[in-house]
Every structure is written in C-alpha cells, then in structure tokens.
Design a protein around this ligand. Sequence first.
Ligand SMILES: [Zn+2]
Length: 150
Amino acid sequence: MELLSAALAVLAVAGLAAAAALAAKLKAARAALAASEARLAAPAPPPPRALESRREHYGLLWFPTLTVKEDEKLIVAAAAGLPHCPRCVRPLALSSGPPEEWSCGGCSERRPGTTADLQVTDSLVAETLKEFLSRHPDWRAAPGLGARGR
Ligand SMILES: [Zn+2]
C-alpha cells in the first residue's frame, strides 16, 4: 500500500512537470504569434524617394539625384548623373576618343572628357549633399556617402 502511494506521488509530480512544460511551450507559441501578428499589422516603410536638383557647373547643366528615406530623414545615395547641354538640356554623350569628348546630339556643343571626370562629379555630389543638409538640419547622410560620382 505504501509502495502504491509512493508510485502515485511520483506520477503526480511527473504530471505536474509535463503540464508546466506544456504551459511554457504554449506561452512561447503565443508570444511568437503575437510578434508575427505585430509584424503583419505594421505598415511597410515608404520606398526611398529620388530627389533631383538642377545645378550649373562650368557652363554645363547637371541634375544630381539624392535618394532619401523620408521616414528616417536619411540620405542613402547620391549621384551626379550625366552632364547636360546648357542649350538643349539634353544629356551629353561621351565619345571614346582619343581625345575623349562630351558632345550634344542636338547641337554642336562639345567639351573635353575632363569636364565631367570623377573629381567634378564628386564635388557636385558633395555640394548637393551640403546644400540639402543645410536646408534640412535634422537629416543626415548615410555613412560613407558624399564621395561617389555617377
Ligand atoms: Zn545641345
């Protein structure tokens, strides 16, 4: 009789442990479900937006672009783009040369290849960033941004 009650006590303890383990698993599953429901309910962040500006640089037109995440007030990319003809406002094309030349398909505008080299595009991008940040002091540029050309 004593053996039987001891066996029953062991079974009861085992049952309690199993129930506690199940309760813990259920709690974890409920937390995971709540987390995935929260993820599904959260609105997707808006896609990055491209902001184009217009600049004149050594007699050529440029339309540098900043790619921004408005919800984070973050500039994620900056590009100088192609130089444009100041008369036709058409993008110039680079001939392979030699010598390398930028030329307009609409008129006779021609510029040496160095007119839009990496140094020029980098300074254009830097100017564009600086100007944007001075007008939007609470914004910031992504790390490493500011020295990339096209
Ligand atoms: Zn032209």
